[in-house]
Structure formats: structure tokens, C-alpha cells
Unconditional design. Sequence first.
Length: 383
Amino acid sequence: MAQIEFHEVAKRYANGHVALENLNLQIRDREFLVLLGPSGCGKSTTLNMIAGLEEVTEGSLRFDGVEVNAVPAHRRDVAMVFQSYALYPHKNVYENIAFGLRMRRHPAAEIDARVRAAARSLEIEHLLERRPAQLSGGQRQRVALGRAMVRQPSVFLMDEPLSNLDAALRVSMRASIKALHQSMHTTFVYVTHDQAEALTLADRIVVMREGVVQQLGSPDDIYERPANRFVASFLGSPPINFVDGELEADGAGGVRFRSAGASAFTLAVDDDVRTQFASRAGQRVSVGIRAEDVDEHAGDGRCTISGEIRSLLPVGSDQFVGIDVGERPGTQMGAGPGAQPVFFRAGKERRFAVGERVSIPLNRHRLHLFDQTTGTNLRTALS
């Protein structure tokens, strides 16, 4: 098995582009680590460094404590699954899966046993005689997984392997990949820009932006305690709502938030950091509100938002209701002073109408509070 460590690793290209900057990361033996972020954030570069397809410009990359900066790709015990499948079109499924083992001159009986075991595990035994052109996208991806599996690598690398599949197939393939990790007891490193994949598959997630790690933690940590506004905005469907405003003292030792539209509510602040928050009266902040935390059953009456409904989006058993926070009566929807859009989740049995003004309770214990200048999550920073 393998533990992978990046020590102050950087990747710079001759044209001056910096793909990674001062990466310090330890990938634990046998864990499933997901590198998550938008295009160009450095996640694929990180994966390619592990594979030996990209050279380290600065710093040290180590497998089980041994530096591998100068070790060529073919001498690293890794297997990689690409977005494009990369199957040989003139070879059948059996030969595609067996190809790497044949190149390494494994005995024929061992090759046959490994190929058939992998095919059985991936439920593609009946496809072994077919060629890639005769397979669906999901079947081709299973073949690509099988080709990597039979090598029995110490590190299993995946670069957006599900991005070419339709939504239903992606869901089923996630389950297959999770089961594969559990059965192989191997270190998995997985690159994606899809937050649902990251939250479903990962033991830990690395959120990256412009070559810099923004946060490392479990899916729950990343979702429930985002380090900054960028991380909060990257996870969640629909995306987290942000309402801009400022902090003010409530006169009783507590803290209130007042938005540009003149609405205000009391924040839930733990006693051990209440003084620190109270001392920040006048600070410009953004409150982050997730759709599931805007709920008439979750509030305690001390925290509500009001506005005019501007959109209704049914999503099966639920609906997302969009309101403009800070609207004032008599103004055109979307044009009022301080209007800020907020979406909340409601059951489909609730009846709303576009143009209706509503007041919705918030679960104030689950609100996020971000400094408008730095983007830092104040709750996380001060707790």
C-alpha cells in the first residue's frame, strides 16, 4: 500500500504559469482522497505528479517516505483511469484488460485469472469478447477500471472518470467505484469538479483554487464548516445563498446582523466567542444560508428573512423558492433598494405565488458568517 506526501511542492511552467504553489499534503494509506475544484485549479496537475506524468518543479513528493521526484512513471506502482477511457479499439474487452499484464510478461494463467476476476467484480464477464465500439459509455468505463484493477497497484488514480456519462450512469458508477475501493484496500486519489461525486466517494476532500489548497477535511467538515466563502460556494445544490450586511451589537451582549435591505436578525453565537463577535460591531460581513436551513420548522422565531417571491422551481418532491431579500413594498421585483436573491427549499405541498411577500424563519445555529474582505469564515476562525 502507499502513503503519499507532498512537501512544499510547486509546479511552474516555462511560460511563467504557476499550476501549484507550496502544496503540503499527506494522503493516507488506503484512504479515498478527492481533489475538488474548478478547471485550472491544479487538481489534475497534482494527480499527474503522483503518476509521474508531470515533473516536480520545487519541493519533494514521497511514497512511503521515499522521494520519487526522479522516479519515472513506469517504475511507480500506480494505475490510472482517464476521462477518455483510452481503450484499444482493435482489441476486445479481454485483451484490453490483459494488455498491461502481458507487457509486464506475467504468466498466461495468472493473466487469465486476474482478468476474469476483475470482469466478474465489475459485472462485465459477458462482454469479454466484444470490442469497445460495441459497448456503452458505462461499460467502457468498467473496462478501463478493470484494466487498472488487474495490475493490483498501490495507488489508484482517477481523472474525472465519470464526466462523459449521463446522470443515471454516474450515480451507479459512483457506487461501483466506492465498492471497488472497499474491496481493493488501496489508496485512491480521485479528481473531479463534481461536488456530488466528492461528497459521495471521499474519505477526505481537498478543495483547490488557482493552485492553492483552500481546505482539507471530511465531506462533513467541508460542507458544514467551510473555511472560506469560496469553499462554501463550491459545495451545495442549489449553491449557498449569500446576504451582505454588517454586524451590530444588540444591546444585551449579543450580536445582530443587518442587511443592506434593513432587515436584521440575532445570530447564534457560542458564549466562549461572544465577546470577540461583539467587538466586531460595524464589520462588513456576508451571511451564508443554505437552502435547507431556510425552513419554517427549523427557526426559533429570533431569525427570519423577508422578501418578495421571484421564482418557483419544482424539483420532484420539493421546490426551490427564490425570494429577493430586502425588497420594499411598492417597488418592482428585483429593483428595490438592497435586493439580494435567496433560494430556500420547501415541500411541494406548500403553495406560493410569484410576487407574494413572505417572511421565512432561519435555523440561526446553521448560518455561516464570512468576512467580506478576506472571505474567511468567522465562525470557524473564532471558534
